[in-house]
Every structure is written in C-alpha cells, then in structure tokens.
Design a protein around this ligand. Sequence first.
Ligand SMILES: [Zn+2]
Length: 215
Amino acid sequence: MASETEKTHALLQSCSTESLLSSFGLGIFCLVADRLLQFSTIQQNTWLRALSDNAVHCVIGMWSWAVVIGVKKKTDLGEIILAGFLASIIDIDHFFLAGSLSLKAALTLPRRPSLHCSTVIPIVALALKLAMHLFKLKDSWCFLPWMLFISWTSHHIRDGIRHGLWLCPFGKTSPVPFWLYVIITSSLPHICSFVMCLTGTRQVLSSKHGIRIDV
Ligand SMILES: [Zn+2]
C-alpha cells in the first residue's frame, strides 16, 4: 500500500502546471477538430469523413494518456500510441455487426454495435484488472485497465454528441451537449489520475515514467 507521502506526491503530479496546460490544449483540440471535420471537402467523401473522424478519436486517446503520464522519455510514446489505438479500434465493431467491409453497410446499421454500449467500459476494465491480478501480470502493465477506460470513455463521449450515450440495458441518453463533451474530455485524465492515486496505480506510473513534481 502506498504511503501518504507517495499519495500526496502522485496527487500533486496529476495537478502540475504542465499537466493542466496539456489538458487545456486537449480541450482546444476538441473544439477545433470537430469544426474542421465540418468542411464540405471532408463531409462529401464518406471514406475521408470516416477516417478523419476515427483519427480524431485516436488523437484524443493519445493526448488524454499523455496528460496522465506526462511525456518524458521516448519509451512513453509506445503507451501513448497504444492509447490512441484503443480509442480508435472500437469502431471496428461497426464492420463486425454489418458482417461486411463495406463502409456504407457499416454506417447504416439497424442498431448500435456492442462496443458502443457505455456500460461495457467499466465491465471490461474491471475484468481486465481482475485477469491481470489472477495471472499475476507485472506492475508495469497495471496501467492497462485505466488506459482502456480513458480511451473508450473519450470515444463514447465524443460519439455521444450525435447519438447520446447508450447505457444498455437501460436505454440511451439524449445527445451530449458539445460544451459538456469538451469539459468531460479535458478533465477525464485528471479525474482518472485522482482515482489512480487513491488506488495506488499512479504511484507505480510515477516511478515508471519519472514524472516530476512541477507545482
Ligand atoms: Zn464510435
């Protein structure tokens, strides 16, 4: 169990000036990216629209994780790329449900595909945490359930602007207001860092990534 001093240090790191500026930048990116996607050149080409939309999910996932760990070493890039991959890969379930590689079929589904159900996120993250505990995976992978949680949640919140959040089996919410999406996305890394402090995960990350205290 982490000592109180370690917890305090980890908490200070998650609120460092650098980290707050990075998440402010993330909020600006969210504001700008979806405006840029409205350009008619992108909107008129289905593939370009789908790929750029997915690329924005990927960048948000990468940026969010970068806020959590801070980027200090080249090796941190591997984790950041993995976070982006997790944030964008879930759109593949459109093709699974369509049973086809046709983009038209994937975009005109009769219902939303399973990985877009938001109640799946905590279930998969907890199952992953349990599996890692059972199989005694090393501390160096303790970040994975958190990374999955942040990457998938950021994807769902952004999709929620158009479709609302699908909380199966309870139904779905109305569309998420754009301003709320920006606030949630930019504060999500800090909220998760805070909970990670309480569970001791962030202290492991801090020593792994050498995050310095900058307050
Ligand atoms: Zn999606």
